[in-house]
Design a protein. Structure first.
Length: 168
């Protein structure tokens, strides 16, 4: 850590502020497999004055618990990215990494390549299912609120310290 005025704006192990890592278990007690732990780089814990929640995981095989989350709703807008690993020059935009299915208001959509999905607040989405993984890819979510909450199965959940806790 450098001891400079703006060090507190960095989330990095080298600045003494590593990302918040998700629990090894999901909100139902299932061991997470097939991916790296979720890594949160911006939320209301790391940046109380911030206005975004930014989390990611690398997927390298289909998780044992698949889908990883059921249908749910957020109050805030969300952007979801599927981004393949970069292996060759000029392959980043059109690269195919495998196949997943995301549901928006119950309607299935296939994702096979570099993709960004805008999900307005209040739109039911999920489950997120992985059908095939041919090469590692980044699964990135950006919530337009630093407070990550979701309503799923009639219960409201909040992401706190890397774990999902119910608010009811």
């Amino acid at each position: 850590m450098s001891g400079k005025k703006w060090d507190h704006l960095f989330v990095s192990p080298s600045y003494g502020r590593p990302p918040v890592l998700d629990s090894l278990f999901d909100g139902y007690g299932n061991l997470k497999t097939g991916r790296t732990l979720g890594q949160t780089y911006a939320n209301d814990e790391l940046f109380p004055e911030g206005k975004v929640n930014f989390s990611l995981s690398w997927f390298f095989e289909i998780p044992a618990v698949n889908p990883i989350v059921g249908e749910h709703v957020h109050d805030a807008d969300e952007i979801v990215f599927y981004m393949p690993s970069f292996n060759h020059k000029d392959d980043d935009v059109n690269a195919v990494w495998g196949e997943a299915t995301i549901y928006l208001e119950g309607e299935p959509y296939k994702v096979t390549d570099n993709c960004c999905i805008y999900i307005p607040g209040g739109l039911p989405h999920g489950p997120f299912e992985w059908n095939r993984i041919d090469r590692p890819h980044l699964f990135l979510t950006v919530m337009m609120s630093s407070d990550y909450t979701r309503t799923e199965g009639g219960r409201k959940w909040k992401h706190v310290g890397g774990a999902y806790v119910t608010l009811d």
